[in-house]
Design a protein. Structure first.
Length: 353
């Protein structure tokens, strides 16, 4: 729905279709599917979506016989429009979290389960090689000294009503925690000015009383261009804790990436977030009614986040083997063998039925 406009292109040998005129491209998905499937009429047609399904409004989608939706569910209970889509006769939902699977079970909707996964590059990474033959540590990349307690946030700054990543609660909690921990600093891997309909994080940091010497933000050109994954791994490895409390998550990939590199995590005790924690802390909060989705989000408690940061500060420094071990269960090869192979086998049988 973003970044591909005007014409078909090719990526690594795969045909890439352009976005449509509708905001979420549901006006053109069926046409693209039919064009693709016409190349091999002996194989049943299957459209697979990796998307918030409540945005799929076009009546043309009713014309496809088989749609598999790898569906994020980040509210409790699952929003009515999500359940309505998942209950369609031509749709087979695939839950991407155990929480999402529970929500579909409660609604009595038959579905499959396959979680997200991470590549082997996410592992403890002390340094990365540079083009000039040198090496760079994660701390050097972030710009922080070795004796600092580094709290990293890796989250998209998108949306303001609400800001799903709970920027205000996380940053206010940091400001309170940092008053008694002067060596604690922030590294923000995000877009800071609200360019993607998000919020102005510089203004928010100022309102929270966080001075500019207490935080650093990723280089914006590098952020927009795409950071090499081994450099991301070095950043996670060099962080003391990943702060990732949000109002709701369909999954939460950075939480697994960070733990695979030995970094502990702090998340909200809501939706898929707690099931991802191998070594870290979950914080409580209160329900927040999302009128647009007709279901509940979650506002993480600022005092609880402060206490979790204190626990992280008091924990042993260095990589957590417990976190690494937990993240291995979400390795790409493991997930492929344990979940995607049986899922695709069931989908194949469903398409031919």
């Amino acid at each position: 729905m973003y970044g591909l406009a005007g014409s078909v292109s090719t990526w690594n040998g795969f045909k890439m279709y352009p976005q449509g005129l509708a905001t979420y491209s549901d006006d053109v998905v069926v046409a693209h599917t039919m064009e693709w499937s016409s190349q091999d009429l002996s194989t049943p047609t299957l459209l697979m979506t990796l998307f918030d399904v409540w945005v799929l409004k076009s009546d043309s989608l009713k014309e496809l016989k088989n749609i598999a939706s790898w569906v994020p569910i980040d509210h409790q209970p699952a929003p009515p429009e999500v359940l309505e889509w998942c209950a369609r006769e031509n749709v087979k939902p695939i839950a991407m979290s155990k929480f999402g699977s529970r929500m579909l079970n409660i609604a009595g909707i038959d579905h499959l389960y396959a979680p997200h996964a991470i590549e082997p590059v996410f592992k403890p990474t002390e340094t990365v090689a540079l083009a000039d033959g040198g090496k760079m540590t994660g701390r050097k990349f972030m710009g922080w000294e070795e004796d600092r307690f580094v709290i990293s946030m890796v989250a998209t700054n998108k949306g303001s009503q609400p800001a799903r990543k709970a920027w205000a609660e996380n940053l206010l909690a940091y400001s309170i925690f940092a008053k008694d921990h002067p060596d604690a600093v922030l590294y923000l891997y995000t877009e800071p000015m609200g360019a993607m309909s998000g919020i102005n994080l510089i203004q928010l940091l100022d309102a929270c009383g966080v001075s500019s010497d207490k935080y650093k933000i990723v280089d914006q050109y590098a952020y927009r261009h795409g950071m090499p994954q081994n450099l991301m791994a070095a950043m996670y490895t060099a962080s003391d804790v990943l702060l990732a409390c949000s109002m709701g998550e369909g999954f939460g990939i950075p939480v697994i990436e960070a733990q695979a590199c030995g970094c502990r995590v702090i998340v909200s005790n809501f939706t898929a977030q707690p099931e991802l924690v191998g070594d870290g802390w979950t914080v409580e909060g209160q329900p927040w009614w999302d009128a647009a989705q007709k279901s509940w989000f979650f506002t993480p408690s600022v005092p609880d986040i402060v206490n979790a940061l204190k626990s992280a500060y008091d924990a042993p420094r260095g990589r957590s083997e417990q976190a690494i071990s937990h993240a291995q269960g979400y390795g790409a090869d493991t997930v492929f063998e344990q979940h995607w192979k049986p899922t695709m086998k069931e989908l194949s049988a469903w398409c031919r039925s």
